[in-house]
Write a protein that binds this ligand. Sequence first.
Ligand SMILES: Cc1cc2nc3c(=O)[nH]c(=O)nc-3n(C[C@H](O)[C@H](O)[C@H](O)COP(=O)(O)OP(=O)(O)OC[C@H]3O[C@@H](n4cnc5c(N)ncnc54)[C@H](O)[C@@H]3O)c2cc1C
Length: 390
Amino acid sequence: MDLGFTRDEEFFRQEVRAWLEANLPPAWRQEGKGGYREEEDTELQREWQRKLYEGGWLKLGWPKQAGGRGATPVMQAIYQEEMARAGAPGILGRLGVTLLAPTLLAHGSDWQKDTYIEKILSGELIFCQGFSEPDAGSDLAGLRTRAERRDGKWVLSGQKTWSSGAHYSDKSFLLARTDASAEPHRGIGFFLVDMRQPGVEVRRIKQMTGGGEFSEIFLSGAEVEERDLVGAAGDGWKIAMTVFGFERGGLAQAARFERAVEELAALARDRGIGADAPTRQKIAQARIEAHVFRLIGLRNLTRAQHGHAPGPEASVTKLYWSEMDKRLQEAAIGVEGMYGALAPESALAVEDGRWQYGWMWAQAETIYAGSSEIQRNIIAERVLGLPRGR
Ligand SMILES: Cc1cc2nc3c(=O)[nH]c(=O)nc-3n(C[C@H](O)[C@H](O)[C@H](O)COP(=O)(O)OP(=O)(O)OC[C@H]3O[C@@H](n4cnc5c(N)ncnc54)[C@H](O)[C@@H]3O)c2cc1C
């Protein structure tokens, strides 16, 4: 494992910092963010994506022949880390930028690459992900949405759920069954579906955070042109695996956690319990865990730098950060004492309700992108080589 950065990498870090200094307005920095503020967040994230696109940052790790900068995994991690340190907001088209665009680069037709990639990166087209269904989440291969070929088009019927940002998305990258007689992992197609057409109905799901980030999608005769099928009609599972390969955490989260631990310590001091032994122990524990997570990130980075694709060890990373965040948020609620039970939007909520909001949001982190139980199964079977459970 390499613990240091080279001179060139440190220069690159300075370049990112200088750009952020010049382009990230102080009011946009997400410090101590309170409850859910959708309108404000949506517009801010759209604008921020545009700025990053114009600054050339959204293709940082892409090969030079695809118009990217060809940045190494370490440079990409430095970029992510600096974004997190500066409290940069998220981007509205996150799923399209981080998951779909690189997947299209690998599996898309020339038409799909030419038509979509720049629009996805610039934020002109926002995509949501339509994988999960009411009875197909962890067991994604059990999905039942059907795609039938009729008059040279694909016609889709079924239901998707938990689709983040579906209510403001223009399109969806969605899995549907193209061959009901094939084995579950075969006979699945990967479609680019226009969300603004008859036959697509989006119903928002209200969350306990007060927000409504995700939705159900009802498909009843929605149409997809043949050119919007990615790969062949039975390639969907393979392409979905490429998508999952891009869902991983790293140094950005380490920087975010280190910052959160500092903020937790400040909260404890403000509440007058900074010297309280159990509180100090929880904060020290959180600091240790954040540091261990940084080391895990560096180990992954070293592997990536040596050309290894992320393997099942990615599950260790996902399991670690999501469970760690739950403990951290819980410690903060404890530090707030009886104020910790207030709703984030309450006038008496401490620090604009950010820790209550964070605690509620952390509950989702051990579910999406593979639940903790699923990650433990993968670690047991594919990292530790234990026998398969029933
Ligand atoms: C905030 C958030 C955003 C999301 N955004 C999207 C999105 O944009 N697009 C999308 O398609 N999906 C999205 N999802 C859905 C997410 O992918 C699923 O919630 C996840 O795959 C789990 O599926 P499930 O909810 O159906 O739970 P289930 O799979 O029904 O699991 C229920 C429980 O059983 C456990 N379990 C299941 N199988 C096993 C097993 N084999 N061994 C042990 N335990 C098991 C699980 O760990 C869990 O505790 C999102 C979810 C969240 C929380």
